[in-house]
Design a binder for this molecule. Structure first.
Ligand SMILES: *Cc1c(COP(=O)(O)O)cnc(C)c1O
Length: 459
């Protein structure tokens, strides 16, 4: 499989470039130039596979010569052995919908599912490379912990994680900062998540700096993450499949990564009816999909901080498809977004979007109310992000198999749970130790030169 940039389709890349670079040099996102498509029969044949066996089938065609099928198989087994569930995920039925629990990995959010794999991909790549690399990543709370867990203690690789100071929950922060590995560096930026993301972007754009430190990225635009995430759409579809009924997914969304993985699964042939893009009050994607106006506003802080985002990086991949894979038009659209902060989606493009996507927005009170009513009805505690996904099905009347992606464990957001249902949710036993460990992080101003110097001194 070959890859191209959304802003220049005349140049080809292989998976190794795509994985290590993350972002194309022209600023575009990597996309495959063709996809392996599965027929209904082929998909039905996946039904008896374990999660890891299915992951091997889905992932392998994307990585061609990056490693052999046997090597991939070993890496997938290793990556998924650290999960608390034999089959990585769990699917539970709550009333008229199913909840796909993706938070049984080491850092209690869905991001572990892809990140564990990426950590082992890096290890494989560096085995045969005579160099050290430095991962620099921005996090709204969950990516950082997942990336650190996946990279910590590995050779020839350091990781620098930028989180917005005081804007992640203390459990989220402790999951990042209580480790003792010498290759992990936490930086609290005096700003919000978009500031952190912009700092990382400008460090990548500074070719001298990024080449000097051999910078690599694992943020949600990294194609390898998208592939890994598409697997659980297949797996959960096969768990609930009732072929007479359509299957819909509701996906708590920030950067448009996870829901894009569902769209990718659909493009590969998985018969998904609708994907609901479920946002909190930072609703740029809801406004884009429901009204056609993709326009950044000020980020507000919410009880679902991992979705407090106004620039949805992966949306460029959808824009590229809406433009019928026209790189010129995509470049123009992205330039407008950068310069004017706006992108208006035409009627016919909105029609195309609505074939695959619906959207919803939920404010703080509604989110708390969903947590409360689900707890009262089913004695199950949803985290605030998952609650937004769950509630989205109440805003759209969709028949069939309705699956909500449960993106984080509720114990990561104790304050929100406390105010919704006055209950304290404990961490899983194996993680309670983080609560009284010493934390390691340094606070740095929202200033790209200062951050670069900080990293250079430690890389
Ligand atoms: C990252 C995250 C999201 C948003 O995922 P995107 O891929 O950025 O859309 C939702 N919920 C939780 C708990 C997260 O950590």
């Amino acid at each position: 499989m070959r890859y191209v940039s959304t802003r220049n389709t005349s140049k080809n890349f292989d998976f190794k470039d795509v994985f290590i670079k993350g972002l194309a040099d022209d600023g575009g996102l990597f996309v495959p130039d063709s996809l392996k498509k599965y027929s209904e029969n082929e998909i039905r044949d996946f039904k008896n596979l374990s999660y890891s066996e299915l992951a091997k089938k889905i992932v392998y065609p994307f990585i061609d010569n990056f490693m052999s099928e046997t090597e991939l198989s070993k890496i997938i087994d290793k990556s998924y052995s650290v999960f608390r569930k034999d089959n990585v995920i769990d699917l539970i039925k709550l009333g008229d919908r199913s909840v796909l629990e993706l938070f049984h990995g080491p850092t209690l959010a869905f991001k572990d599912v892809a990140m564990q794999l990426l950590g082992n991909f890096y290890e494989h790549y560096l085995n045969s490379e005579n160099q050290n690399i430095n991962i620099v990543v921005a996090t709204s709370g969950d990516t950082g912990a997942a990336a650190i867990d996946a990279i910590k203690g590995k050779k020839k690789i350091n990781i620098f994680v930028l989180h917005p100071d005081n804007r992640v929950s203390s459990v989220q922060r402790k999951l990042m900062t209580t480790g003792k590995d010498e290759n992990v560096f936490n930086i609290a930026i005096k700003g919000n998540f978009d500031d952190c993301q912009n700092l990382v972007k400008s460090m990548f754009a500074d070719k001298k700096f990024s080449n000097d430190i051999k910078m690599s990225g694992v943020n949600s635009i990294n194609w390898a993450r998208i592939i890994a995430q598409s697997v659980y759409y297949f797996y959960s579809y096969l768990l609930v499949e009732d072929t007479s009924e359509p299957t819909n997914f509701s996906v708590p969304t920030g950067n448009f990564g996870d829901v894009y993985a569902g769209y990718l699964a659909k493009k590969m042939g998985l018969p998904i009816n609708k994907l609901i893009v479920a946002t909190n009050q930072n609703d740029i994607l809801h406004r884009a999909i429901s009204e056609g106006s993709y326009e950044a506003e000020k980020v507000s802080e919410t009880i679902s901080p991992s979705m407090d985002i106004q620039i949805a990086s992966n949306f460029e991949r959808l824009i590229f498809d809406l433009n019928d894979q026209d790189d010129q038009q995509t470049s123009i659209d992205m330039k407008n977004i950068k310069e004017k902060g706006q992108y208006f989606i035409s009627e016919d493009k909105l029609n195309k979007i609505s074939k695959n996507f619906l959207s919803s927005r939920m404010n703080e009170d509604e989110t708390l109310e969903v947590i409360k009513s689900v707890y009262e009805k089913f004695a199950v505690v949803l985290d605030p992000h998952t609650a937004i996904g769950y509630g989205a099905f109440d805003k759209h009347n969709l028949k069939g198999n309705n699956i909500v992606l449960a993106t984080a464990h509720p114990c990561k957001f104790p304050d929100a749970i406390q105010s919704a249902i006055n209950l304290k949710v404990d961490l899983p036993n194996e993680l309670t130790f983080i609560l009284d460990q010493k934390e390691n992080y340094e606070i740095v101003e929202n200033d790209v030169e200062k951050v670069k110097q900080h990293i250079k001194d430690r890389a």
